[in-house]
Design a protein around this ligand. Structure first.
Ligand code: ACO
Length: 383
């Protein structure tokens, strides 16, 4: 017998405000800001370290603070030998996101601040995680492909070093600028699924590594971060712009979910798409692969006409990463290399103003009914 009124319910928590944050605001009308700064300006001019400082420490750094923060991240890049040994033991077919999730979890006991959730200790852990998540991805990938990890280049920023350690060549200034822009675009997005998972975990007063492990698991799904790997499969299948409209019409007729389209918050377009589209166009010219952006644009126009759905950043991120020479299996880990800054900022905020996140559910099972007794042979045991 029901003892309470049925509570209000929103499937998928759509439209539900689940907490307050000072870190990031997603404007449904296609805007995005980090702590009051427009993403467009940051993406054009800032470095990833600058934005990570803004997210983690609350303000943009001055010249001296930026140097100190950049050096602090660079000093934390190396992985413990035991973690590298475990990466070597993982089956060769392990998805890089699974490798990353395992690696983050393994790093926890090596951090002397692990169980200290104070603001200062959390900032120290955030710096370590931002540095080491990148290394887990680059070193994990090389190990998986039978190669030795490349040594760090201390004079390269996080974005430059990430590029170098994956591709094996020192990036040019324009490549580092593009990588910084991409990392800035992906760095935070308020209560997206992986960040929310991190905050739920942190709200139990579990440590930052536990929260980032939860976030990695959540990011992997194709409705969230995993979409950028799936988008690339779709673009490879379409091959040329003239085939895009028919491909989309066929897919929609089959009621398929098209990866890289739709968004829970943005209904008038994803604020990050125009910047990522321009990077795609520029990169396409530089590397002689100009077909990808027109394919995406044709898909966008068809989807807009048929279902009034907009592209999200993953549609254009996928070919951008491919044109950089990265394996599409790394698309979601690249997202994680950047989003870890946002995850950590949210864990710090959660721990600083904590209240357990524990929603209710709407019970839809049977009404109260009598227990029929244990179905074993013979008479039921009596007390
Ligand atoms: N392809 C086809 N139809 C879609 C798509 C899509 N990508 N996205 C939404 N729709 C349709 C839904 O089927 C639904 O149609 P209906 O009303 O006829 O049933 C309608 O649009 C509304 O969609 P919802 O499912 O209510 O949207 P929701 O907010 O729940 O989901 C999500 C948002 C998960 C992003 C969804 O749009 C989707 O699955 N997109 C593809 C995966 C993707 O690209 N994810 C990346 C998100 S951005 C990021 O993580 C960086």
């Amino acid at each position: 017998m029901a003892t309470e009124q049925k509570p209000a319910y929103s499937p998928g928590l759509a439209g539900v405000v689940a907490g307050e944050t000072e870190i990031c605001w997603v404007d449904p009308n296609a805007g995005l800001m980090y702590r009051g700064y427009d993403i467009h300006k940051l993406a054009e001019e800032a470095s990833f370290e600058e934005v990570a400082h803004l997210l983690i420490k609350g303000e943009l750094p001055n010249f001296e603070q930026l140097g100190k923060f950049t050096r602090a991240i660079a000093a934390e890049r190396t992985l413990p030998k035991q973690v590298l040994d475990v990466l070597r033991l993982m089956p060769k077919n392990t998805h890089p996101m699974d490798m990353l999730r395992t690696g983050v979890s393994m790093l926890a006991p090596f951090d002397v601040d692990l169980n200290d959730n104070s603001h200062e200790a959390n900032v120290r852990k955030a710096i370590r995680l931002i540095a080491k998540v990148s290394t887990l991805i680059t070193d994990g990938y090389r190990i998986q492909h039978g190669e030795e990890p490349l040594p760090e280049k201390s004079d390269l920023t996080l974005a430059g070093n990430f590029f170098y350690k994956l591709n094996g060549e020192v990036p040019q200034a324009w490549q580092i600028r593009m990588m910084d822009t991409i990392f800035i675009l992906y760095a935070d997005h308020e209560f997206n699924a992986s960040t929310f998972a991190a905050r739920v975990t942190a709200s139990t007063l579990a440590d930052m590594y536990a929260a980032v492990t939860s976030a990695c698991g959540t990011l992997k799904g194709p409705l969230h971060g995993g979409a950028n790997e799936e988008s690339m499969k779709m673009l490879e299948e379409i091959k040329t712009p003239d085939r895009a409209e028919k491909w989309m019409m066929d897919a929609l007729a089959q009621k398929k979910k098209i990866m890289g389209f739709g968004h829970r918050v943005y209904k008038k377009g994803d604020s990050r798409v125009p910047i990522m589209r321009e990077i795609g166009r520029d990169l396409g010219k530089r590397v002689g692969k100009e077909q990808w952006v027109p394919i995406c644009e044709q898909l966008e126009a068809t989807m807009e006409r048929e279902k009034q759905l907009c592209a999200n950043v993953d549609l254009y991120a996928a070919p951008v990463f491919t044109m950089f020479g990265f394996d599409p299996a790394l698309n979601t880990p690249i997202f994680a290399a950047s989003r870890v800054a946002g995850w950590c900022a949210h864990v710090i905020e959660q721990h600083d103003h904590n209240r357990l996140i524990r929603p209710r559910s709407l019970y839809t099972g049977p009404e109260l009914r009598p227990y029929p007794g244990t179905p074993h042979n013979g008479a039921p045991a009596k007390r």
